[in-house]
Design a protein. Sequence first.
Length: 73
Amino acid sequence: MDSVVKVLRAHRQELQTEVDRVDAALAILVKTTKHGTTHGGTRRMSAAARARIGRGVRRAHRLRNGKAVKGAK
């Protein structure tokens, strides 16, 4: 009877360790989804900033592909 109790206690300890790991993983996921990142909130970008970045990306694409860029000298 004592050996059965020892085995069950050991098994319970293993399961408790696994539950603790799952709890830690869940805590990280909740923190990430709640704030957007693990170290702060999401950063918002203005429409004007997105437009400037888009223009730059398109210009770089045209330059890489050898096409003429409007206004380039």
